[in-house]
Design a protein around this ligand. Structure first.
Ligand code: PRX
Length: 661
């Protein structure tokens, strides 16, 4: 990884957009990009008002664009009314799009099911009626704990249709994580499936919901709606649980979309922060919908003939904006995939691109790196074995892409003709922020290049002053934008403190470090500056994992978690643990480490399992008792300690912790 970082620093290859792409692009050439940036600078509100009128269908037009009176609680298009589902489905009725495939679903076992926009509207409407029949209404919160399926998208769209606020919980999160989210959101219902299929295995969902609710505090839940993904029966609680078939029975396939105010919360999505408790990122309806639709057009330059495939799960923000909303709002056919990239073998993605004639492919660097590794060791799963000529644009998201992976993606997947859009954004930003435009931006591997028009991204020092190009600093956004986080659900103070800290005087703090290149001013993200790790493109709070570890009270006295670079997953989780018994070694250490890994999987989810667990008699602390994390980071990396250790109370501990199990 350090060699990757070095190669990013010296990266000087530039890939201009192919002439044909520039010609056909909506934003054509840098002149096109710069014209939009100028428009935003000259008349900020006028710029957003124009785009919001052109890209969103309003039930009631807005008269106010941006309300800054209660900053940083910004409001956009505040007095306008719309419905998100109508903007994704009803809008296409009576146009050639209505009979086009909206979703081409490929199940884990390869079975393909297609629904048109018209059919999807009917199914969303019917499910929306079913939700209403359960007493679920506008403003209620609904947890969606679903596999990647057409029904998962229907669940989200149906909530939006009746004005209920969905909170999707990734199917890999544990019963405890689910319990915490149900309580924090005060949800009235859970929409789930009996099982999910991943890599040929049937994995439980409903039993985890039962367990989560049984942990207590979930009296708010009135109903649990269960999609029968597989034939295997699951436990059903009388009076509370109903199958999809039961609730859909007799429901009409038309349902008038409920108009909501532009600021109405469309969804809450929990994400990790720098304390132990995940943050409920709250998004509004109008600005979010605008951005989902607009970035499909700007960043992916979608055309009516495209087949779009974003591989993200609907449990993450990428699956919200670029599966459940963006492609539908843009009226483009999309592939939704239930399974995993390595089943039945690591050629699955390439095989699916060929089979469905995918034209725009959007995935994460971790997936690319693991498929490079697989192709290196087995020629049969190398992309060269499939016809990928349908592809025209590639995308990357979730973590920095190292130039080696970028070049492989460019060469072996994109056939050296497809621009790669390396999109930097966050759960909090709702959609793309800094990204190349396929028909405009010359590409530099490993760089997310330039902010989208109207996104006033900058790099500043700790006092909020701009730093010159070439000097690293803190990534901020200087002006609000329509799809920004509105607040943290139930915790407006934490919202202010996390994203608009006083010392930055009104600038949005992304939580990432970045540097702009001296020549082009291109942004390169250098990684999180807080206690948040990025493991395989998934955000994990170190404190969250520490809290999970110390919750094993019979065993763990103290724990500190840090990240270390990992060639495959970007970062890996490394935990230093002090037990309530003598420090274990050898086999015993291995066995306890495994026990702790499984414990963390139960507390949070398998994605939070530490890769490396080390045991010590103590942790390195200053005389005032503060854990010296920078030393732990060096130990985790296997580096020699060069830092000043004079304030360390117990220097001998370093050697002990450096020993691997
Ligand atoms: O550190 C940045 C990294 O992912 C973080 C956001 O994580 P999350 O909210 O889970 O959203 C991921 C999907 C948008 C950011 O703070 N990140 C995301 N995209 C990139 C990135 N780092 C570098 N390059 C990217 N393209």
């Amino acid at each position: 990884m350090s060699s990757n970082i070095e190669s990013v620093l010296v990266e000087n290859r530039v890939f201009p957009p192919p002439e044909a792409v520039v010609k056909a692009a909506r934003i054509s050439g840098m002149a096109g990009y710069e014209a939009l940036c100028r428009e935003a600078e000259q008349d900020f509100e006028g710029f957003w008002a124009r785009l919001a009128r052109e890209n969103v269908v309003w039930n009631k037009p807005f008269s106010r664009v941006l309300d800054e009176s209660n900053a940083p609680f910004y409001k956009w298009f505040d007095d306008g009314e719309l419905n998100a589902s109508a903007n994704c489905l009803d809008k296409h009725m009576g146009t050639p799009t209505e009979n086009k495939a909206a979703i081409v679903f490929e199940a884990d076992d390869g079975k393909v099911t297609t629904v048109t926009f018209k059919e999807l509207l009917a199914r969303v409407s019917q499910f929306a009626n079913a939700l209403k029949a359960q007493g679920i209404k506008k403003g209620d919160r609904v947890i969606v704990y679903m596999p990647m399926t057409i029904e998962g998208v229907i669940a989200m769209q149906a909530c939006a249709r009746i004005g209920a606020t969905h909170s999707v919980v990734f199917g890999g999160f544990s019963a405890k994580a689910l319990n915490e989210r149900i309580i924090d959101a005060g949800a009235v219902a859970v929409i789930t499936a009996n099982f999910q299929m991943r890599g040929g295995k049937e994995l439980p969902l409903k039993s985890i919901v039962d367990e989560g609710i049984a942990m207590g505090g979930c009296e708010c839940i009135k109903s649990v709606l269960v999609f029968q993904r597989t034939a295997t029966p699951c436990n059903m609680v009388a009076g509370r649980d109903k199958t999809f078939d039961e609730v859909l029975q007799g429901q009409s396939t038309t349902c008038a979309p409920e108009p909501v105010g532009a600021e109405h919360p469309l969804f809450i999505l929990y994400t990790s922060g720098s304390t132990g408790k995940p943050k409920g990122v709250q998004h509004a309806t109008g600005g979010y919908l605008l951005w989902a639709n607009l970035t499909m057009q700007w960043t992916f330059d979608v055309k009516p003939s495209d087949v779009f495939w974003c591989t993200a799960d609907i449990g993450w923000i990428t699956g919200h904006t670029y599966v459940a909303y963006g492609p539908l709002a843009a009226g483009v056919t999309q592939v939704v995939f239930e399974g995993i990239p390595t089943y039945p073998n690591a050629g699955r993605f390439w095989q699916m691109i060929e089979k469905h004639k995918v034209t725009i492919f959007y995935t994460a660097p971790t997936a690319i790196r693991s498929l490079i590794k697989a192709a290196d060791s087995d020629e049969k799963v190398h992309p060269k074995n499939w016809d990928l000529s349908s592809l025209r644009i590639l995308g990357s998201v979730g973590e920095p892409i190292n130039p080696e992976a970028w070049m492989w993606y460019h060469r072996h997947v994109g056939g050296e003709r497809c621009p790669i859009v390396d999109t930097f954004w966050q759960t909090e930003t709702g959609g793309h922020m800094i990204t190349p435009l396929p028909g405009a931006t010359p590409l530099v591997p490993g760089s997310c290049t330039l902010p989208l028009p109207g996104i006033m991204a900058a790099i500043v020092d700790e006092a909020g002053h701009d730093v010159p190009n070439g000097a690293g600093g803190i990534l901020v956004v200087k002006r609000p934008w329509p799809s920004m986080i509105r607040t943290i659900w139930n915790d407006p103070e934490r919202f202010k403190k996390s994203y608009f800290p006083e010392e930055l005087k009104g600038l949005y703090l992304a939580g990432d470090g970045a540097v702009r290149s001296a020549d082009r001013g291109y942004f390169r993200i250098t990684g999180r500056i807080d206690d948040v790790l990025n493991v395989s493109g998934h955000r994990m709070g170190t404190m969250e994992i520490e809290s999970a570890l110390v919750a094993k009270t019979d065993l763990v006295a103290e724990a500190a978690v840090v990240g270390r670079p990992d060639d495959l997953t970007g970062e890996a989780i490394c935990a230093f643990v002090v037990l309530k018994r003598p420090r274990p070694t050898g086999e015993e250490a291995k066995q306890i480490a495994n026990e702790l890994r499984n414990w963390v999987a139960k507390e949070i989810g398998p994605i939070a399992k530490p890769k490396d667990i080390r045991f010590g008699d103590n942790l390195p602390k200053t005389r005032s008792g503060k854990i010296m994390r920078r030393l732990l980071r060096s130990i985790a990396k296997g580096e020699a300690i060069t830092q000043d250790t004079s304030t360390l109370e117990n220097p001998a501990i370093l050697e002990q912790l450096a020993q691997t199990n």
